[in-house]
Design a protein around this ligand. Sequence first.
Ligand SMILES: *[C@@H]1O[C@H](CO)[C@@H](O)[C@H](O)[C@H]1NC(C)=O
Ligand SMILES: *[C@@H]1O[C@H](CO)[C@@H](O)[C@H](O)[C@H]1NC(C)=O
Ligand SMILES: *[C@@H]1O[C@H](CO)[C@@H](O)[C@H](O)[C@H]1NC(C)=O
Ligand SMILES: *[C@@H]1O[C@H](CO)[C@@H](O)[C@H](O)[C@H]1NC(C)=O
Length: 468
Amino acid sequence: MEKKQIFVHDLLLLLLFMVILRGAKAGKEEEEADRIFELPGQPKVSFQQFSGYVTVNHVAGRALFYWLTEATQNPLTKPLVIWLNGGPGCSSVAYGASEEIGPFRINKTASGLYLNKFSWNTVANLLFLETPAGVGFSYSNRSSDLLDTGDRRTAKDSLEFVIQWLERFPRYKNREVYITGESYAGHYVPQLAKEIMNYNKKAKHPINLKGIMVGNAVTDNYYDNLGTVTYWWSHAMISDRTYRRLINTCDFHRQKSSDECESLYSYAMDQEFGKIDQYNIYAPPCNVKSDDSSGSTRHTMHLPHHPHHPIFRTMAGYDPCTEKYAEIYYNRPDVQKALHANTTGIPYKWTACSEILNRNWNDTDVSVLPIYKELIAHGVRVWVFSGDVDSVVPVTATRYALAGLKLTTKTSWYPWYVKNQVGGWTEVYEGLTFATVRGAGHEVPLFKPREALQLFKSFLAGKPLPKS
Ligand SMILES: *[C@@H]1O[C@H](CO)[C@@H](O)[C@H](O)[C@H]1NC(C)=O
Ligand SMILES: *[C@@H]1O[C@H](CO)[C@@H](O)[C@H](O)[C@H]1NC(C)=O
Ligand SMILES: *[C@@H]1O[C@H](CO)[C@@H](O)[C@H](O)[C@H]1NC(C)=O
Ligand SMILES: *[C@@H]1O[C@H](CO)[C@@H](O)[C@H](O)[C@H]1NC(C)=O
């Protein structure tokens, strides 16, 4: 009798064991299917790479595309860092991975890759996520999804992605997770962090979220609009008169500005700005002919969608000069094959930014400052940085927004250094660190890669930026 019971018990155990093993094996197989052996024109590297799709909604058929580039050394001991670009509608593969923090840059003929010596994967495992569905290789089988996606769906789908992705890569399950990004990802990053916090309240296996970091981040409509106009004036891009009229005419709290305000924006941009690169006001504009014989490289499509609509103006968010190589490279069938991308035959081309998503954006938070407060209260590390020559989401906008939090200063304003040069300035508050990057445009790691890497290292270490 007793013996028989033990036998049944053992059998059950064995069965359970087999189920677990099979699960692990299925996970392993899925992971192996996503392994990138080599990208076309790629130099030899020592780190592992994976990419592919995670289904985030079975009913609609929404799948998000990711690209993981593991740390160059000891990846198992390094944190997992998610990077998101903004737009809304712009791709983390196009910007974050290929121009900013990723290990590879695309060369001028778009026929090969070369190494970025300041890649953030020298210190962490980088997970680039194209979100929401409709961005880059991420797709939805329900075409109407492209017409009603907004902050909400982006946050919910991105959470689902993180949960499912960790199932596929169990070795990352208890790893420290950081979420980073720039521009309109100033919404996505804290919103996803909040989704994770809510998920963790009920989860058996909570996600080990440690911190967030955002750069030139869309944060709060009122402060962002006020700070942007102030930046234009303080950097002598507009006249005193236009500045005064903008301040007196526009209600920066409103989502939609009045016709009168719109026409002032038009006047400022068309009559006063001139042909500058708004993402880096001191850089040569990219329509200036360089050694690149293909002529004009400026893609004008994104900024001018709603050129004078304050919300959409600040939503545009990438450097229009450099996206061209990416659009050639990532549309190559051999590149897509190597990346396990576009396996279902998406009916349109890969683009760095989706115009249709951007134009039809359904919902946007007026301010993410309340989320900052929640994150700080939960002990999540919050870092905010700003390239100080960007006029699209400028440093003044960010400073007004942060001032709105009324945080206590822990370490007063000081210059921080890289290689004996002032990298920028920083102030440490209770719960939040703010840092500028001197001379950097909107895409900080593109313009100031060494400084950006220092910023990232200090953020991960949770230590103030170097004082010398
Ligand atoms: C989308 O549709 C294609 C073709 O029917 C299918 O193969 C694919 O699995 C679907 N994607 C999702 C995420 O359901
Ligand atoms: C780009 O990379 C490819 C492949 O490695 C190489 O053949 C080509 O010469 C490179 N072009 C430039 C302009 O660097
Ligand atoms: C996907 O592949 C098809 C060919 O099967 C191609 O026409 C389309 O441009 C590709 N779309 C994307 C987003 O890569
Ligand atoms: C669109 O936005 C409204 C609020 O502005 C919201 O109630 C609705 O759920 C959103 N739609 C989707 C599909 O998320």
